[in-house]
Design a protein around this ligand. Structure first.
Ligand code: IPE
Ligand code: IPE
Ligand code: MG
Length: 235
């Protein structure tokens, strides 16, 4: 397999994933949706370690949206528990792969215990080279509203695109080159709506818990077959 492993270069530094399809994965097996999320969290760990091996500089994953609070209480609390478990058990693995864990999204409404665990993990991994943006209670519109509020509070009036980018949760990170959505739906669902303005989009029917290294390789090969014109003409 190694010889088919794609080469990640400066054109592809940041990959983002909309990790969709956990619920359907479980339903297909007659299991509770929660079981799908549990399997999905295993897939997430595999994907992060593969992306570290491939040499990405940044990986962003959509874990829980500002809209996902609409789900049944039981499902929401199982997702938060899974995250707590991940934060308690994955420090060694993140250090081993050189991953810097960082939450993007509005943390303020999370439980104090969870916020503390997130802060601890962010501090423990702060010096690692591969940035993992974990989008939690994240919505692109909410992020923009928070950014605009920051700019208003700072008293700035002559606002540029760069000012907005720097006021976002991803202020220190290049925009995603490639956004991959699993689960077969062809939409963005409020993910990185500012940052993905010129990202390449890749959609696959594979349900998130079923994602393998080969699926990621396919997305990367597809990325390299495209020409990014940014509004210009073919060179
Ligand atoms: C994605 O899987 C995980 C979250 C949104 C938390 P879903 O739970 O949305 O799975 P489907 O789309 O219902 O299959
Ligand atoms: C997007 O998936 C959010 C995450 C993957 C966390 P959803 O399942 O919430 O998106 P919709 O509802 O199908 O648009
Ligand atoms: Mg979904």
């Amino acid at each position: 397999m190694a010889e088919n492993r794609p080469f990640v270069d400066e054109r592809l530094q940041h990959i983002a994933f909309i990790m969709d399809g956990n619920g359907r994965w479980a339903q297909k097996r007659g299991l509770k949706r929660q079981e799908g999320h549990r399997e999905g969290s295993e897939a997430f760990k595999r994907v992060v370690s593969y992306c570290a091996d491939l040499g990405f500089k940044a990986v962003t994953v959509y874990a829980f949206s500002t809209e996902n609070w609409k789900r049944p209480k039981e499902e929401v609390s199982s997702l938060m528990k899974l995250l707590e478990r991940y934060l308690t058990s994955s420090r060694d693995e993140l250090m081993k792969h050189g991953v810097r864990f960082r939450v993007i999204g509005d943390k303020s409404v999370l439980s104090p215990g969870l916020i503390k665990k997130i802060d601890n993990m962010e501090k423990a991994t702060a010096d690692n080279p591969l940035l993992l943006n974990f989008a939690l209670n994240y919505g692109g519109r909410d992020e923009l509203v928070r950014a605009f509020k920051k700019l208003v509070d700072s008293g700035k009036t002559d606002i540029t695109e760069q000012d907005i980018s720097l006021a976002l949760d991803t202020f220190d990170c290049k925009d995603p080159d490639l956004v991959v959505r699993t689960g077969g739906d062809l939409r963005i669902s409020n993910f990185l709506i500012w940052q993905a303005a010129y990202s390449e989009l890749y959609f696959t029917d594979v349900l998130w818990p079923d994602i393998t290294n080969e699926h990621i390789d396919a997305a990367i090969h597809d990325f390299y077959s495209r020409q990014r014109r940014y509004g210009g003409v073919e060179s």
